[in-house]
Every structure is written in structure tokens, then in C-alpha cells.
Design a protein. Sequence first.
Length: 416
Amino acid sequence: MLVAEKTISFEQVSLLYDRAADRLGMPQGIRQMLREPWRELQVQVPVRMDDGRIEVFAGYRVQHNGARGPYKGGVRFHPDADLEEVRALAALMTWKTTLLDLPFGGSKGSVQCDPSSLSNGELNRLTRRYTLNIEHLLAPNRDIPAPDLGTNAQTMAWMMDAYGQLHGHTPAIVTGKPVEMGGSLGREAATGRGVSFLLEEAAKALRLSHVDATVVVQGCGNVGSWTARLVDELGYKVVAISNLEGGVYNAKGLKLSHMTENRPAGSGLSGLPNGDFITNSELLELDCDVLIPAAIDNVITEENAPNVRASRILEAANHPLTPEADDILAQRGTVVLPDILVNAGGVVVSYFEWSQNLQEFRWEEDRVNQELRKKMSTAFQAINRRSLADKTTYREAAFDIAVERVARAVELRGFV
Ligand code: NAD
């Protein structure tokens, strides 16, 4: 499913960084180093199509910052995933891996193509050509790709195989692989599970009780569907959920066991539980205790932010609030837990996958989930302490912690 209709710009992400650099009083040189990507590569990706033609796609890999460890970030196959978008997503990865205290930097890659219009064979050839063209930047201790929009576990198996043809069997070169090829147990649910762990950990600080609190989830793909089901298991009342076509609402709580598939987009509302139809814009403005946007970026803007009635927002999607919307909501006292914390469960379990691959040892799923819970709790407590001490929003506290840690790593390395 391709969901990146509105793209995140590098300027939007940099604004959050610039504000943190201002608060921290960062000197000019280091400030510039941490703002701009360390390295950007653009490659040609020619593919022999099934009908014999050669089609040439553009591919990118952006390595934003590697001061704290190997670059880590997904590969997106999408027609709109240009250099500008990849650059923004690479920077977000730096702040996310750092906030979760993973031994990684941040990167992102893409091929500008519509995977839904390509055959399996064409996708396999495209993935291999892309991998070979960026291969000199990759290694388990240099840069480790993962799936993102338009790519999946199969894509990672092809990338691993292409890399392995040059370097020998190297499962730690990508994460998000099929479990049979060295993927981690628990990876599929990891992002949604991370959201639910976070909600449990933050409930006291957010003055929430699972007994009577209502939750609205936008999006019913990998993140939205796992989040809704796991939050429901915690006892919260999920009153609305949606996909691309719209959503369903039931003030008494939806029966999520009736949600039959993870990715009902394209199938109308048939995969969703029973409830009254609502549009996506109505869903975002529902009166509820917790709103969890888990679909796409920039859905809450300066236009609809004044109508958002939820008092707490958990950003499970990447960048669902524009900076203008964020400012409006902060002034109104709406508590927002930021994307670089909320949806970090995926990259945390990617880190566990990489660790397991390096050791050639598989963890039980219970261990994966327990370690994920610890990582999410520790990160939330750090942000909570920082935001109370500095009287900042959670987003500001998250960026301050991450930017400070990366600056410290650059300083300790002493390479400038
Ligand atoms: P997905 O493709 O599995 O699901 C996306 C969902 O959003 C689908 O239900 C789709 O119908 C819905 N949707 C698409 N366009 C929409 C629109 N215009 N309005 C309302 N709903 C719309 O994607 P996903 O993997 O669940 O990712 C969702 C978000 O979470 C993205 O922002 C992604 O970058 C972010 N994220 C995902 C992961 C992960 O592990 N999958 C990790 C971190 C962040």
C-alpha cells in the first residue's frame, strides 16, 4: 500500500532541529554538521522489463549522521520518494535511533517507482540493481537498510541475497527480513506494540485510566491495526478507526475482533469492525481522550488543528502534525507524544534483529517484547523528566535529548 501522498520536507524536520539547537545554544559549526546529511548518493537503476524494454529509475541513499553508530534506515519504493523526502526521513531516523539510545545513526533510501505496477520479477531485478549500486555504502557496521513504504520482508531477502553474492552470507546487512531468513520474531507487530507499551508507561503522566479512556486510531495498516488491537487488550475503549476510504465509529467501543485484515485499503470498509461511517476528517475531530494518527504524514494542519478535541495525541505515523498545527495544539495545552518516540518500536526490534544476526542466535518472542518494553519505558521516562525540568513540550524534550546526544558523540570522536 502506498500512502505517502503528502511528503515530509527536509525544512519541516530541520525546523524542529533548529529550535532544539537554539534552546541548547549550539555553536555554529557543530550546528551545521548535525543539520545537513553527511553523505547523499543518487544512482541510476536500469531494469529490464518483462516486455524486453529497459526502464531507468532514480535511486537514492542518504546518510544523515553516523556519529553514534552505523547508519540505519528504511528503503522506500514510491513515485514521490525523491531526494528531498529521503533527506528529511534520514534526519528523522538520526533523532529516533538516538532518542531510543540505539547504537545507530540515521539514513534512508528510495527508488522512485510505483511497485504496484511492477511484476515480481521486475521488482526483484530493480531491488538487486539498486542494492549493487549503493553496495559500497552498506555493511553491517556501516549502513543497514530495512523495509519502508512499498517494500517488505521479501524486498529485504532480495537485498540480502544481492549483497551476499559479493560478500558472502551477511544476514545483518538488512533488518525486517522474513523470519526464515534471519528476521526477528515480533518484528511485524513491533511498532504497534511499542505504541501500546508507551501508552501503558505514560498513562500516569498523561492522567489516563484504561478503565474509561476512549481512543481513536487513524489508519488500519501495519501500525494502526496492531496499535488498535493491543490498546483494546489493555482495556482502553477504541471508538473509531479508519483506512484510506473512511472510518467507523461506535461511542460504546468497537469490536476489534471483527477486524479481519491488517491492510483493508482498497477493499472499502469491509475489513473494519461494525460502526457508523465517518470520514477521516471527522475522525480526527472526534471528542476522545487519546487520538492516535497512524496512517500518513501532515494530516493535522493549521486548518483542522483548532477543531481537534482529543486532549492527548500519540503520533504513531511519521510527522502527522505540521509544525503550525503543533504550535496551535501546544498553546491549547494538548499533550503530544512525538513520532520519534511513539513509533520507534519498529527500529528498536530492527536493532534486536541486527544483534541476533551478529550473534547468529535467535531470541524467543517474549524476550523481544520484554526488551522492547524496557526501551520504550526508558525513553519515555527520560523525556518526561526532561520536559518537567525544562518546562518544554514532550517533542521539545525529545529533540533536546537526541540532539545533545549526537553532539556529544561528535565531540567524543574528535574527528573535527
Ligand atoms: P500501511 O501502508 O500498512 O498502512 C497505512 C494505513 O493508512 C492504511 O490503513 C491506509 O488505508 C491508511 N491511509 C492511507 N492514506 C490515508 C489517508 N489519506 N487518510 C487516512 N488513512 C489513510 O503503513 P504502516 O506501515 O502502518 O505505516 C503507517 C505510518 O506509520 C506511516 O507514517 C509510516 O511511515 C509510519 N511508521 C511505520 C512503521 C512500521 O513499522 N510499519 C514504523 C515507523 C513509522
